[in-house]
Design a protein around this ligand. Structure first.
Ligand code: AMP
Ligand code: MG
Length: 494
């Protein structure tokens, strides 16, 4: 529980320049503290792309200093590590104060990237937790961050994972790991809820001003919503969240634990835990084994996000000052979500123009996929190739009810008969990925990593970074899940 080794007092110079926007908010927002070291760290996975983005020296990986820094055993020169306080609603119930229980913000780089170590030890917000993350869940977070990026879905990024032999107790004894996460900001709905619930109105305002000035500057000049900048912020967050939900739904992504403390104020996918990409299209699929009521089932996500936005609205109310205005700021979610969802689905079908009949075409295929339990990623990829080849047999084979599929196909192919440019297979192949981080693929990489082989992580990373490319020789990674995939149980315990 307590450090067995002291973090090096000599700062490691990784060539990073710092800015520290969040830290400037002041001590009501966080506790300054150092990460708790872990023994004998080693690299598990790294993302050169993220390293470039944050301006890390290209030779960072070769340096022991970097390994120590991203394990929490040394501090980078100029960093100002802290754990932030937030609150939130968990599974629909007010949970009170939460906070970074195992995440430590090293700070913000001068080029606007916050860098956070997840699993770097206990903080004042750890409650009963040990402040650690296990290798298994860290690999899932790392791979999924990069998979989402590859799919073009807004997400926090992951720079690297380091592992340590230090034991961590979950359902069984596992080993510790640290994921280094990167995002423009890690502010959550729950940060606002915290200052509203504790009546710290000045801090609430400071936080909202920080978020507006840094990330939503247009809210200051908005003439919408009576020129109220805080209402404009709520509207902007609602719209980004709506866009994110449209992307999740279209991609078949299930987050699994959409508590308000896991909702990014920037509309990023954040806090990867029991997430899952759908294999078979089961709209009511629950990926979180701890979610006994199915609150966070795949088909409930858009409504849950809207519910979460109401919590944010409630928190912003003292600043907005008018309940009607707050309600009005949430309104556009109801139009932005369906519009964005339709746009994503049109692209999946390759439809280049909008027509009134599209909604029916989309509803019908989703219904058929559900009724026939069709594999979601494989259907879309096969359809893309089938349209290109003009041969639909491989798609048809996915349906038990082939007549129903034929009827749908008739209305779909009428489009291209009417207008040869109505369908774009290029668009389809750029929208429907060949490679998706299915649970069993993550699981295979985890099993290998537990035996000390990190090659599978690297392979998946390479495929998922460019999931729309064919990657000849890797078809096994684009195949149906094996039978054992359905027995994988992922819970909140990570
Ligand atoms: P989650 O829903 O997993 O994002 O976490 C909910 C809350 O529990 C957050 O405040 C986390 O920081 C905290 N938490 C989760 N796991 C741990 C852990 N192992 N140690 C300390 N805090 C944790
Ligand atoms: Mg969380």
């Amino acid at each position: 529980m307590h450090p067995s080794v002291d973090p090096s007092e000599t700062p490691a110079d990784l060539g990073l320049d710092w800015n520290h926007g969040f830290a400037a908010l002041g001590p009501a927002f966080y506790t300054e503290l150092r990460p708790t070291p872990l023994p004998s760290p080693h690299w598990v996975g790294t993302s050169p792309d993220v390293a470039r983005q944050i301006g890390l020296d290209p030779d960072w990986l070769a340096r022991d200093e970097a390994l120590q820094v991203f394990t929490g055993n040394a501090l980078p020169a100029g960093s100002q590590p802290l754990a932030s306080v937030y609150s939130g609603h968990q599974f629909g119930v007010w949970a009170g104060q939460l906070g970074d229980g195992r995440a430590i913000l090293l700070g913000e780089t001068a080029n606007g990237h916050e860098i956070q170590l997840k699993g770097a030890g206990r903080t004042p917000y750890s409650r009963m937790g040990d402040g650690r993350a296990v290798l298994r869940s860290s690999i899932r977070e790392f791979l999924c961050s990069e998979a989402m990026q590859g799919l073009g879905i807004p997400t926090t990024r992951a720079l690297c994972i380091t592992g340590s032999p230090a034991p961590v107790r979950r359902e069984e004894i596992e080993t510790a790991a640290v994921v280094t996460r990167v995002a423009p900001s890690f502010v959550r709905f729950g940060h606002f809820e915290h200052f509203a619930a504790t009546g710290q109105e000045a801090q609430l305002k400071a936080l909202a001003d920080h978020v507006i000035d840094r990330y939503y500057p247009a809210c200051r000049d908005s003439r919408d919503l009576g020129g109220n900048a805080y209402a404009a912020l709520l509207q902007a967050v609602s719209e980004r969240t709506a866009g994110l939900m449209a992307q999740w739904q279209a991609a078949g992504f299930c987050h699994g634990v959409m508590n308000t403390d896991n909702m990014s104020i920037l509309g990023l996918t954040i806090d990867y835990g029991p997430f899952q990409f759908l294999d078979a299209f089961v709209p009511g699929h629950i990926c979180n084994h701890s979610d006994t009521q199915g609150r966070y089932a795949y088909n409930r996500q858009p409504n849950v996000a809207y519910w979460n936005l109401f919590c944010l609205a409630q928190a912003l109310l003292p600043l907005i000052g008018d309940e009607e205005l707050a309600k009005a700021a949430l309104e556009s979610y109801k139009t932005v979500f369906p519009q964005a969802f339709m746009a994503r689905m049109r692209a999946k079908l390759g439809l280049t123009t909008e027509r009134e009949q599209d909604a029916e075409l989309i509803d019908d295929i989703l219904l058929l996929l559900a009724r026939n339990g069709v594999d979601y990623p494989i259907f879309w990829r096969r359809l893309s190739h089938a349209v290109r080849a003009g041969a639909f047999e491989p798609v048809r084979d996915l349906f038990a009810d082939r007549e129903a599929f034929d009827a749908w196909l008739l209305s779909y192919s009428e489009l291209s008969a009417l207008d040869s440019k109505a369908l774009s297979t290029d668009l389809m192949l750029k929208t429907n990925p060949k490679f998706v981080l299915r649970n069993h693929l993550g699981e295979q990489a985890i099993r290998a990593a537990k035996l000390g082989d990190f090659g599978e992580i690297e392979t998946l990373q390479r495929l998922l970074e460019r999931p729309f490319d064919e990657h000849p020789g890797y078809d096994a990674y684009a195949a149906f899940p094996p039978d054992w995939a359905s027995s994988i149980e992922i819970s909140c315990s990570s």
